[in-house]
Design a protein around this ligand. Structure first.
Ligand code: UDP
Ligand code: MG
Length: 313
């Protein structure tokens, strides 16, 4: 290795990807010729997120051929966000890139991404321009989610953004400095800022295995995202409070005047029940929202490790 050789750390979160890992490696090393000319060496960091299949063995097999292959293996499944942070922490590179093991993040565009870094960008991000091969209902809710996020969060969260991202050491360190337990990478990337170049490409199907994201998992993840990067839901209680005070005030005057004119026959039990249950419902909703934020705070305060390592090389 020459003195001015720089390292590009390729971080790959893997959960049950025994079939994808060798394919991913084979595809990615093809890009090395370009990087060698630039005096950039690859370093692979596979993060095994508690896989139940032979993912770890697949990485070991690669290591036997190539000692630039590294592994961090978790004690159980901690989720992709934990895998990303573990990979970034282990990375020694001058540049880091996050890539899925299933080749949905095409290695073929790595050279193009690197050229933008050379041009002076701090990070090169990717987004899918279409959602081909995805269930329509999922696309529908994904769009609504990004639309809502744009309205209620100050942090820019781009529709169709993938985690596939090439970053300089400076950006990597900025991301590592964000110590939160409830991590939502798409928001974190936007929050840290820096000069970011967006590259677009068409959706690619995964090479092997299947997606780990059920509709429900994605739904919960989107709620986590909203709570991590917006406090707008917390103000719902105040908005309803003000609204109901106004309505109550108008109503009070109306009833007072009516009683003055027509006397006070006992009536209105049904409308009373409607109002009581409506207000009761809204109160519970607001309490629930506060409870959600409180549970996030509870997890942050506990300050548990984001992942536990079982095995590493
Ligand atoms: N992944 C992970 N932990 C998980 C779920 C997924 O490390 O709990 C990894 C997975 O192995 C893959 C990447 O995250 O490399 C993206 O997952 P997947 O392809 O299932 O998501 P999709 O592309 O369908 O959104
Ligand atoms: Mg995938």
């Amino acid at each position: 290795m020459k003195a001015d050789t720089r390292i590009l750390s390729i971080i790959v979160p893997c959960y049950n990807e025994e079939k994808s890992v060798p394919l991913f490696y084979a595809e990615t090393v093809k890009q090395e010729t370009f990087f060698h000319e630039k005096d950039v060496e690859f370093e692979f960091i596979f993060v095994d997120d508690g896989s139940k299949d032979g993912t770890v063995d697949a990485v070991r097999a690669l290591r036997e051929k190539d000692n630039r292959v590294h592994l961090v293996s978790f004690s159980r499944n901690f989720g992709k966000e934990a895998a990303i942070i573990a990979g970034l922490e282990k990375a020694a590179g001058d540049f880091t890139v996050l890539m899925d093991a299933d080749l949905q993040d095409p290695p073929a565009i790595l050279p193009e991404m690197y050229r933008y870094i050379e041009e002076g960008y701090d990070s090169v991000a990717t987004r899918r321009v279409d959602r081909k091969g995805e269930p329509p209902i999922r696309s529908f809710f994904a769009r609504r989610f990004y639309g809502l996020m744009r309205k209620i969060s100050k942090t820019e969260i781009v529709d169709g953004a993938r985690d596939y991202r090439l970053m300089t050491r400076q950006v990597t360190d900025a991301i590592l400095a964000m110590k939160e337990y409830n991590r939502f990478s798409k928001g974190i990337f936007g929050w840290v800022g820096f000069r970011t170049k967006w590259i677009e490409y068409e959706n690619v199907q995964r090479v092997a295995g299947e997606t780990k994201w059920s509709f429900w998992k994605l739904f919960v993840y989107s709620l986590d995202g909203i709570m991590a990067f917006s406090t707008a839901p917390l103000s719902i209680a105040s908005v309803f409070g003000i609204l109901f005070c106004l309505v109550a005030f108008v109503f009070m005057i109306f009833i007072f005047v009516r009683a003055l004119i027509y006397g006070d026959p006992v009536a209105g039990w049904p409308s009373m029940m409607c109002i009581i249950s409506l207000i009761g419902g809204v109160q519970l909703l607001c309490l629930g929202i506060m409870g959600q934020y409180m549970s996030k705070m509870y997890m942050e305060v506990k300050d548990r490790p984001k992942y536990l390592v079982k095995d590493e090389f």
